[in-house]
Design a protein around this ligand. Structure first.
Ligand SMILES: *Cc1c(COP(=O)(O)O)cnc(C)c1O
Length: 375
């Protein structure tokens, strides 16, 4: 919600050239899901991530849905899924009539634990169930332990979808996240590190998967002089107007990542001395875009007490994502783990991380956090 004087958690931040691409789209009447900004934006995504193919879609959720659909996930299948994530990671599994099996995180990156994944697969196989796919997330922009996770996926021959909705530009061992699995997914929702107002994309090395996803995204319309369909499709393509915003945003992506990383460093420097206040450090192989800076609060503080106190100052913060295995929606779904994410949820808070924040804004947040947390 926009309010004057408010310090937002994560607000859209235009680079300046977006309006040129959008204006051109309007002038040339390329305002639907066709036009030059679409291949232009997809090219930019490929350039930045080193992926071979990109398909621009109208949301990250749509991208996840299509990624699982082109992998052949069908009703009755099981799909392994990070429990510590936003609900949009898991909902597409339900859209396909499949069952999510939630997998707990490890403490270093807060992402899917490779050992727990191994155990979950072994347990499902013992029950005679072969998981059809793995959906793993790079939470808050921190890359998951991809070397270990991909080793487990390869051992069992299960395809991986990377939910990199929050992690565009993050790297693991020098490679962009989203490029490790069969498919990677980004979101360009208004609160993400860059935005197209609303949007998403799939990236993949596999030309057939990309082509199939683009086909399904436009109602599976077959080449014919009339509308002909032999598969069930979706209305999931991005518009050429949104893609124009995306092209402008891609010009400033590197700058935004730098700014988000500086915000993390600022909070760490200002608040690092507070006893039992914990930050998430980057493991050696990881380069995080630091979409949101997250902290674990010292007792007896709770995320809700600090959130409400900062709200009084017109500062927006947010709880960590409530894990999927604790959601009423998923209470009857299988889960493997020790509830680490549940414990993080009890202690964690997302701090204002918008790249548009001024030094004064950041000083104000740090000042109030010190006031509230220092004893
Ligand atoms: C934002 C988000 C999505 C969904 O993206 P939308 O573009 O909002 O549909 C999926 N997964 C995660 C982890 C996200 O944060």
């Amino acid at each position: 919600m926009y309010r004057p004087g408010r310090i937002p958690l994560s607000a859209p931040h235009m680079g300046g050239h977006e309006k040129n691409y959008v204006q051109k789209a309007l002038e040339d009447n390329w305002v639907t899901t066709a036009g030059p900004n679409l291949p232009g934006f997809e090219h930019d995504i490929c350039q930045h991530t080193n992926a071979r193919h990109a398909v621009a879609l109208n949301s990250g959720t749509a991208a996840l849905h299509l990624a699982l659909r082109v992998l052949g996930v069908k009703p009755g299948d099981e799909v392994l899924c990070s429990t510590f994530t936003y609900v949009a990671t898991a909902n597409p599994i339900l859209y396909l009539g499949a069952t999510p099996v939630f997998v707990e995180s490890e403490p270093d990156t807060w992402n899917m634990c490779p050992d727990t994944l191994h155990k979950a697969i072994a347990n499902r196989l013992k029950l005679g169930k072969r998981p059809a796919a793995i959906v793993l997330v790079h939470l808050y922009g921190m890359p998951a332990k991809m070397k270990e996770l991909m080793a487990v996926a390869h051992e069992f021959g299960i395809p991986v979808v990377e939910d990199a909705a929050e992690a565009l530009g993050s790297r693991y061992s020098g490679h962009q996240v989203g490029t490790f699995g069969r498919l990677g997914v980004f979101s360009f929702n208004g609160n993400k590190i860059i935005t197209t107002s609303g949007g998403g994309a799939i990236i993949t090395e596999d030309a057939q998967l990309a082509e199939h996803a683009a086909f399904l995204a436009t109602q599976a319309t077959e080449p014919a002089p009339y509308e002909q369909h032999s598969q069930m499709g979706y209305n999931y393509r991005m518009s050429n107007v949104s893609a124009g915003i995306g092209r402008g945003q891609m010009e400033v992506l590197e700058k935004r990542i730098k700014q988000h990383r500086e915000i993390y460093t600022f909070y760490k420097n200002q608040l690092g001395h507070i006893e039992e206040l914990e930050f998430v450090a980057e493991p050696k192989a990881c380069f995080a875009n630091r979409w949101l800076t997250t902290v674990l609060l010292p007792e007896p503080h709770t995320p809700e007490s600090i959130r409400l106190a900062l709200e009084e100052e017109n500062i927006e913060t947010r709880h960590l994502w409530k894990p999927m295995h604790l959601q009423p929606l998923f209470q009857h779904h299988p889960y493997e783990g020790n509830n680490l994410s549940g414990k993080l949820f009890e202690r964690g808070l997302c701090l204002p991380s918008s790249s548009s924040l001024t030094d004064e804004d950041l000083d104000k947040v740090a000042k109030h956090l010190k006031r509230l947390l220092e004893v």
